[in-house]
Design a protein around this ligand. Structure first.
Ligand code: SAM
Length: 320
């Protein structure tokens, strides 16, 4: 797809309801031939609007109105294109822990957590966050966390009355990020869209938690590493392999390979992926009530609920 079309689609389909600034910016870029020519020289897989807009932000192209922004973009293009070539869209959303938690709470503790496609591993700390599920509040034993996750629920969500005990945190990513590294944190922050201040505050607070007690995140492909990660977890715990918004990046064959591997390992498996990403779930997942993007939460290949993409909602399939 041509860059102009990509930016127009991004503006209308993704940004319009989520970030007024990105909506306007992407529409303006889609009609700016000079900027489109620069973008057109990038490799096709690097022409993603989200990636380019984040790279522009970390390299100081922030101006409003668009005429000045466009000027900054052109002047700073060598630095912006260098960022585009070395970085990827690896948005790490701690809010997804709110939709993982009811599935985790079904398992006997203590838990060993293994996240595949972990980014900086912020979802590996479900025991360190506070939760607000409709009227129900859940906090760590030592009091409310700086990360408070608010999640609207429907249906018979099994909200636990206490947080699980986690004894092991590990993961794998093709390109792990380090929550304790200021450049990686700056990049993660740039991936949060302008105007989403609550998400940004949550990101910084979750990074502080992860940086104080860093997880072990291996570098590599999840299919190559998952067996070793499970074997390294303590045996006297429930070992849980989980992932959110990751398998969509894999080919259908690689997804099928992963499913076959994880089903044969001595562990539980929690997936939170877009509808249709795991074909084994499709026939057993109800039709969504809305057209909004949603993830399907599943435990051991059993679909349980629709989860909001940032953990903001959880619609359990069993009615209340
Ligand atoms: C959209 S991010 C989601 C991060 C995190 N799971 C979350 O929910 O916040 C997807 C992550 O998956 C990683 N990833 C994609 N394909 C992978 C693979 N084959 N093996 C390991 N990690 C992969 C990417 O590098 C990226 O960090």
């Amino acid at each position: 797809m041509e860059p102009a079309q990509r930016f127009r689609d991004f503006a209308l389909r993704e940004a319009r309801d989520n970030s007024p600034l990105y909506h306007r910016r992407a529409l303006d870029i889609s009609t700016d031939p000079t900027v489109l020519a620069l973008i057109g020289r990038l490799p096709t897989d690097k022409q993603q609007p989200n990636l380019i807009l984040a790279a522009a932000r970390v390299n100081g192209a922030n101006a409003i109105p668009y005429r000045e922004f466009s000027e900054q973009l052109r002047q700073n293009w060598p630095a912006i294109s260098a960022t585009v070539s070395t970085r990827r869209t690896q948005t790490n959303e701690a809010g997804r822990a709110a939709t993982l938690l009811p599935a985790l709470a079904r398992l006997p503790g203590p838990l060993s957590l293994i996240e595949v496609g972990a980014s900086a591993g912020l979802c590996l700390y479900p025991d360190r966050f506070s939760y607000r599920y409709n009227a129900a509040a859940l906090d760590p034993p030592d009091g409310p966390s700086p990360v408070v996750l608010t999640c609207r629920t429907t249906g018979a969500v099994p909200i636990p009355d206490r947080l699980p005990r986690v004894v092991h945190r590990a993961g794998v990513d093709l390109h792990p990020l380090d929550a304790g590294d200021s450049a990686d944190r700056q990049w993660l922050a740039a991936l949060v869209w302008p105007g989403q201040d609550e998400r940004l505050a949550r990101l910084h607070a979750a990074c502080a938690i992860a940086a104080a007690d860093p997880p072990t995140i291996l570098t590599g492909d999840l299919n190559d590493q998952v067996t070793e990660l499970v074997q390294a977890a303590p045996r006297d715990s429930s070992v849980v392999v989980f992932h959110s918004a990751v398998l969509t990046y894999l080919s259908p064959q690689a997804r099928a390979d992963f499913r076959a591997t994880v089903r044969n390992l001595p562990c539980h498996w929690i997936s939170q992926e877009g509808t249709g990403v795991l074909p084994s779930l499709v026939d057993r997942t109800p039709a969504p009530a809305s057209k909004a993007a949603q993830l399907v939460l599943a435990l051991d290949d059993e679909p349980l609920a629709f989860a909001g993409p940032h953990g903001q909602s959880l619609d359990w399939f069993v009615p209340a």
